[in-house]
Design a protein around this ligand. Structure first.
Ligand SMILES: [Mn+2]
Length: 474
């Protein structure tokens, strides 16, 4: 009988800096615990948050992983048949994720760890682990552009090894959990015949089945998206190949609480008061723990929904000052989705075609201009060009209503969300809206950063992966 326990630690996103040193600390906790409990460690992608991490971040990865290679592992890699060699026989296996992906022929940061013999990059091949004569086979496929994945699977045609426990590990969106593009793999598209399917990429924990076998996603070890589903504890999966069962091992991670408050024609005072009240209550819940060693200042996200009274504009709300006022007690993110009645009625006019003498385009441009003025937006911005840009991004599915809704979205942003460097993110927002997606957009999506970091000669496939990454920080 095979008795080999595998720890699956995914999406550590080293270098993701929004919440202090969480990415580093939580990855460190996960790997330390994993090494003490498992016979092998499997990393389904996104060790790093960037494809070109700074040396400091690469150093973080080495600091975390060096103790792993110093452990005396019973399990060894017996063979690997991928196209690139591996440089260790220790059972610390990884595939690159979408955040690490570079053009063909270029090194990615996971390659560096692999070249240094710290992990074995098991992309596009089968690795065989041997623990005292008992064997497990794992086929690895690193994250690639979503529009190429089905073709890639056809080309590689991964096959299980007879008479072994077989794992297929990959790093992609899966349509059943992210129903946003027909490019995404469906569970049925996965290669048949494996005993266990493991995916990275999606940051919350998922347990399902593919071809009647277990399909597991451990989720990330660090919070990156501030989505409702990320309120659960972070951690990793410890899988037992003998009993074919697993447990989720929690790590100490920063608490995240998300709360939605609904308003109807509210004034700015009552919005502020209600918001502060909610915030103080949530903070108090975490105060008891403040003197313990494991205390971590919580992340609190408050979403404001509904309408504000006539005469108040969304830019007049000062709720954001709360984030500064209570910064010692929590990391606060206030997301206002409040709409003004006035705006709604003008939108309704457009919807009902009441603006007879104006084209939708002109009306939209006018509204955009007005909104930007209110926000004291940089006067040098060419509003027509901006509108054009936003319009083009949804032109594939152009319908009057969608154009209108895009403008509402933009209107609805407050000054901290609209600035010149966020236009790319706005565009991504609109793309999602036009697809009628329900997913929240990560406002701190790395799309802007990665544009900056990109080399011009990056492969096309990188560009298309960004299309999806702009929607969600995976
Ligand atoms: Mn990820």
């Amino acid at each position: 009988m095979i008795d080999l326990k595998i720890a699956i630690v995914s999406d550590t996103h080293l270098g993701y800096s929004r919440f202090e040193e969480d990415a580093f600390n939580q990855a460190n906790k996960a790997f330390t615990m994993a090494a003490s409990m498992a016979d092998a460690i499997l990393i389904p992608g996104d060790v790093f948050d960037f494809r070109f991490p700074k040396p400091e971040i690469i150093a973080q990865a080495i600091k975390i992983m060096r103790p792993l290679i110093e452990k005396d592992w019973d399990t060894k890699i017996e063979s690997f048949n991928g196209s690139t060699p591996i440089y260790t026989n220790l059972p610390i296996l990884a595939i690159p994720g979408t955040h690490e992906r570079t053009a063909v022929g270029k090194e990615n940061p996971l390659n560096l760890l692999s070249l240094a013999g710290i992990v074995a990059d098991i992309s596009e091949g089968t690795v065989i682990l041997n623990k005292n004569g008992e064997k497990v086979a794992i086929y690895g496929l690193g994250g690639i552009s979503e529009d190429r994945i089905k073709e890639k699977l056809k080309e590689l045609d991964p096959k299980p090894v007879p008479d072994m426990f077989n794992i297929f590990v990959f790093h992609q969106s899966v349509y059943e959990f992210l129903p946003f593009s027909s490019d995404f793999l469906k569970l049925d598209d996965l290669p048949n015949g494996f005993d266990l399917y493991i995916d990275g990429h999606i940051h919350n924990r998922i347990e399902s089945t593919a071809h009647g076998k277990q399909f597991l996603i451990p989720g990330s070890t660090v919070l990156t998206q501030l989505k409702e589903s990320e309120q659960e504890s972070k951690g990793f999966i410890l899988y037992d190949t003998q009993s074919k069962t697993y447990e989720f091992i929690k790590i100490d991670s920063r608490p995240f609480i998300m709360k939605t408050i609904k308003f109807t024609e509210a004034d700015s005072n009552s919005i502020y008061t209600k918001c502060e009240h909610t915030l103080v209550n949530l903070i108090e819940k975490y105060m008891d723990n403040k003197n313990s060693d494991s205390y971590l200042k919580p992340i609190i996200r408050i979403v404001l929904e509904g309408t504000i009274e006539i005469g108040t504009t969304t830019s007049n709300l000062n709720v954001r000052s709360l984030a500064i006022r209570y910064k010692d007690d929590a990391i606060i993110d206030i997301d206002s989705k409040l709409e003004s009645k006035e705006l709604q009625s003008s939108i309704n006019n457009i919807r009902e075609g009441k603006l007879d003498n104006m084209s939708i385009r002109d009306a939209g441009t006018e509204m955009l201009k007005e909104a930007l003025n209110k926000l004291n937006f940089d006067k040098n911005i060419n509003v027509n060009e901006l509108f054009e840009m936003l319009d083009t991004s949804i032109s594939k599915t152009t319908k009057k209503q969608e154009v209108t809704e895009s403008v509402i979205k933009l209107f609805d942003q407050d000054e901290t969300n609209i600035d010149t460097k966020n236009f790319e993110t706005e565009k991504a927002n609109l793309e999602v809206d036009s697809n009628k997606n329900k997913l929240n957009i990560d406002e701190n999506s790395d799309i802007v950063n990665s544009e900056k970091e990109d080399n011009n000669d990056d492969a096309e496939e990188d560009k298309s992966s960004k299309k999806y990454r702009g929607q969600i920080h995976l």
